[in-house]
Design a protein around this ligand. Structure first.
Ligand code: NIG
Length: 401
């Protein structure tokens, strides 16, 4: 085993793969495969016996290889934590969106450098657990200057940035005035740094009409649409997301049959956030029913200081299997290829979440012979090595026998 650090210019052959989950066409797991990386991309993938020579040969010694995780729902731009709120919740208090204001105050008081440093630390933590592509949101600034600062910070650490000015009406502000700010000057100032617009469509945050107004304004400004919906009740967020052709509707804990049908008949991905459900003690979303109905699902961490303070995609995958009724292959698909669909990166030269010739070499090696171990050995750190854009990071447990 070499385990050398590669430069993007050298070719690197990865052999010794016990099981390769490519997600190129389906969730099939290939045995005896190898792949070659050059200039950040996979340039060859096939049976190890016919692999070409390369500058570097990395033997992963009987471990499983799969795409890096694609985490499409995080809120990494914040300061402070809410451990006290979490403790109170574990003692029986119900989660209410109002706790967001605590983080807003801390975030406004932080410098941009502090916000970037905090988010970068969380991104490194995620990468050590196999995440190679990550979305993050604004939404803890909630005034013009703080949202712009948050968007700049987000763009410096994440692959995809979402504007979430419509997270909550900030304390002390008139509702109508705030909506005018979000859909007017704030949107204009943040849009150059963002890819998507989002709205927290929930009791205690924004209703369907308000969310529609915000999302349509974002769309007119050239942003893609995503929605926080049906987390704490039947908010109408799911059907709004489908109506607007959103890339994703996230949470989806409380779904009626017609919500499931609407998702199944649409291209909108239902992004499920199991770590958040555990931390808020909300019922898990009906993942099995969604998949059986033909809806597309993704899994994400929802890393944030209020409802889900984890960067661990392996934890989410294990929980989805052990608690939500998904098979191993469905959960791994939802955290890679399904997640790529939730950020419009399933196809094309910048596709993520799959391993194919011509695609980015964003991949991880598990310290296990098969992806089944992700749920079979829950809570065990199984990330042995991670490549992002063809460069192996020092993070992960390593490939020594
Ligand atoms: O996705 N739902 C809205 N936003 C976050 C919660 C943020 C917070 O409580 O700080 C979420 O769970």
């Amino acid at each position: 085993m070499t385990g050398q650090q590669t430069s993007p210019q050298t070719t690197e052959l990865i052999i010794g793969i016990a099981e390769l989950t490519s997600q190129a066409d389906d969730g099939e797991r290939l045995r005896g495969a190898a792949l070659v990386i050059e200039r950040g991309r996979i340039v060859w993938l096939g049976p190890a016996a016919t692999a070409p020579a390369a500058d570097i040969r990395t033997d992963v010694a009987g471990r499983a290889v799969l795409p890096g995780w694609v985490d499409t729902h995080t809120h990494l731009i914040f300061a402070g934590d809410r451990a006290a709120e979490f403790e109170a919740r574990m003692a029986g208090q119900r989660y209410a969106a109002g706790g967001i204001n605590t983080t807003v105050a801390a975030t406004r008081a932080a410098t941009e450098e502090q916000l970037v440093a905090g988010a970068a630390r969380l991104r490194r933590e995620a990468e050590a657990q196999g995440t190679t592509f990550l979305e993050t949101k604004t939404g803890y600034g909630l005034d013009l200057a703080s949202e712009v600062r948050s968007a700049r910070a987000a763009a410096s650490v994440a692959d995809v940035v979402t504007f979430l000015g419509a997270h909550l009406v900030p304390a002390g502000m008139d509702r109508r005035d705030y909506l005018d700010l979000v859909t007017g000057p704030m949107l204009a100032a943040v849009a150059p740094h963002a890819d998507y617009i989002d709205a927290f469509c929930e009791v205690g945050a924004f209703d369907v009409e308000e969310s529609r107004e915000v999302l349509l304004a974002g769309r007119a400004a050239g942003l893609g649409v995503r929605v926080h919906g049906n987390q704490l009740g039947f908010s109408g967020g799911v059907r709004l997301a489908v109506e607007l052709g959103a890339a994703s509707v996230d949470h989806c804990n409380h779904l009626e049959e017609r919500d499931i049908e609407a998702l199944a008949g649409s291209a909108t991905v239902a992004t499920l956030l199991p770590a958040c459900d555990l931390s808020t003690r909300e019922p898990f979303p009906p993942a099995r029913r969604l998949v059986d109905a033909g809806a597309r699902i993704a899994l994400a961490t929802n890393c944030n200081p209020g409802t889900s303070y984890t960067t661990s995609m392996p934890f989410c995958v294990a929980t989805a299997v052990l608690q939500m009724g998904l098979t191993i292959e469905e959960a791994v698909w939802a955290a890679t290829r399904g997640a790529a669909a939730a950020v419009g990166r399933e196809h094309g030269p910048d596709a993520v979440g799959s391993l194919r010739v011509g695609g980015w070499a964003d991949l991880q090696v598990l310290d296990a012979p098969s992806v089944a171990h992700l749920a079979y050995r829950p809570g065990v750190p199984l990330t042995a090595a991670v490549w992002r854009r063809g460069v192996r990071s020092r993070r992960g447990g390593g490939l020594d026998a």
